[in-house]
Design a protein around this ligand. Structure first.
Ligand code: SAH
Length: 445
């Protein structure tokens, strides 16, 4: 009989969406963290339920050809799920995941090889460390608020390591307390680091429940002044109970309130609250692929829907007659307009609102696009938007997606309403994680 503690030998056949191995044990799925498809493994059962089991990997008896040595020493950290899979195998896995979801919807089209990074490390431009009593600084373990102390993270920009060390040294020297989320007392909650990887400009935001003494803040500025690339040191006050990292109030301690980063020769100003793609090198790859598929000749009107701070809009504006960007979050629209100005781009306008409301309204007023780009959040596009696009019949529709499932759902809908799916390209924006980003091209039938 199956019970916790039992050792079993199983063959792994696939991965869950979270990257855990799946084997079949007495007719039910057995989930094993750290096991890869095609492996035979010895597993100790932890959980035995009528419809699934969960176990700990004890030994790999027959390794997959894709297995490699773990590149990170923080085994409990929940950040990267595919650390023991070779880079090449990760790229193939991501392509296959996309092919599978498209096929499940009856969609067939050429799917390119995943566009990956040559050096898939130190790619993140934004880190959010949690701080806990005992000057523990790190990331949360999988599905928990258990802190895993992390000094050096291989996927973060290299400068973050020094920032963490300096904050820890400063907290000890000035006896600044860490926030305790159970008693809601103490000061430092999080450290946010933004490193415009291309520009090398660095922003450090210390998030506190209550401000440390002025003397301690003077010491903090002293601690950070010599950090190479530092452009902005800010204090953010977040006294609210809950998981939100940043509070509503920010104070400048040193430098400027913004850092600037560049993508393909365009500059973008980034404030603590701005949304900005976290892997700038791959963002260029993603946007260039979107540009290639959009195939702009210079005479088009382009809609950039879900435009964020206008990054794709500005890329497109350099090669189109006119771009209209639409975005829900008011602050992002303010940033988008400022970014257009910063780059001297004038053939562009931004509207704030929900794409599914604004696009039907614009269309009713006679405003149409030759090329439409959509880049929705994980839940995909609203049918009201898709229905308007089906009526509008742009020549090309470029769909940028961070969720293959909702992508496939929306592509299937569009293919039933006058579009042909021409091709799809997966782009690896988040190496060592299960995230798959895709750019797909639809044309009018
Ligand atoms: N294209 C941008 C942002 C993509 S993220 C980039 O590449 O950086 C998705 C964006 O959609 C977010 O900025 C989010 O605020 C916005 N959003 C979410 N729901 C929306 C809606 N219904 N209408 C318009 N924008 C929306």
């Amino acid at each position: 009989m199956l019970k916790p503690g039992l050792l079993v030998t199983v063959s792994v056949h696939s991965l869950t969406e979270k990257g855990d191995g799946i084997a079949t044990l007495e007719g039910r799925p057995l989930y094993i963290e750290g096991a890869l498809p095609d492996e035979q493994v010895e597993v100790q059962l932890n959980l035995v339920k009528p419809n699934f089991c969960q176990g700990t990997l004890v030994r790999v008896l027959r390794p997959s050809a894709a297995r490699r040595e773990d590149f990170c020493r923080y085994t409990a950290c929940g950040g990267c799920q595919l650390r023991v899979m070779s880079d090449q195998a990760q790229l193939e896995l991501k392509r296959q995941l996309l092919v599978d979801v498209l096929q499940a919807r009856g969609l067939g089209c050429p799917v390119a090889n995943t566009l990956g990074m040559n050096e898939p490390f130190h790619y993140r431009n934004k880190a959010q460390y949690a701080v806990k009593p005992g000057s523990e600084i790190g990331f949360y373990a999988k599905h928990s608020h258990q802190l895993v102390e992390v000094d050096e993270c291989r996927v973060q920009a290299p400068a973050t390591t020094e920032v963490v060390q300096r904050v820890r040294a400063w907290m000890r020297r000035c006896t600044v307390s860490a926030y305790n989320e159970i008693t809601h007392s103490g000061s430092v909650r999080h450290i946010m680091v933004r490193d415009g990887i291309h520009s090398g400009e660095l922003m450090v935001v210390l998030v506190v429940a209550e401000a440390p003494s002025n003397e301690a803040l003077v010491q903090l500025v002293g601690e950070f002044e010599s950090v190479v690339g530092l452009v902005s040191l800010m204090l953010n006050i977040n006294a609210a109970i809950g998981n939100r990292v940043l509070g509503p109030e920010s104070r400048l301690l040193w430098g400027k309130e913004l850092i600037v980063d560049s993508l393909d020769g365009l500059e973008f100003a980034i404030s603590p609250l701005s949304f900005y793609q976290v892997n700038p090198r791959q963002t260029e790859v993603l946007y260039r692929e979107a540009m290639r598929l959009a195939n702009l000749q210079g005479h088009e009107t382009v809609f950039d829907l879900y435009c964020g701070i206008g990054t794709i809009s500005l890329f497109m504006a350099r090669h189109a007659r006119q771009v209209i960007g639409i975005e829900l979050v008011p602050e992002a629209i303010v940033d988008a307009r400022a970014n257009a100005e910063l780059n001297g781009i004038t053939n562009i306008e931004f509207h704030q609102g929900a794409a599914e409301q604004l696009v039907p309204r614009l269309y009713a007023e006679g405003v149409t696009a030759d090329v439409v780009v959509v880049d929705p959040p994980r839940k995909g596009c609203d049918t009201a938007l898709l229905a308007t696009l089906a009526e509008m019949q742009p020549d090309r529709l470029v769909y940028v997606s961070c969720n293959p499932k909702t992508l496939a759902r929306d592509l299937a809908w569009l293919c039933e309403h006058g579009f042909t799916l021409e091709q799809a390209t997966p782009v690896d924006m988040f190496p060592h994680t299960m995230h798959v980003e895709t750019v797909a091209l639809l044309t009018r039938v």
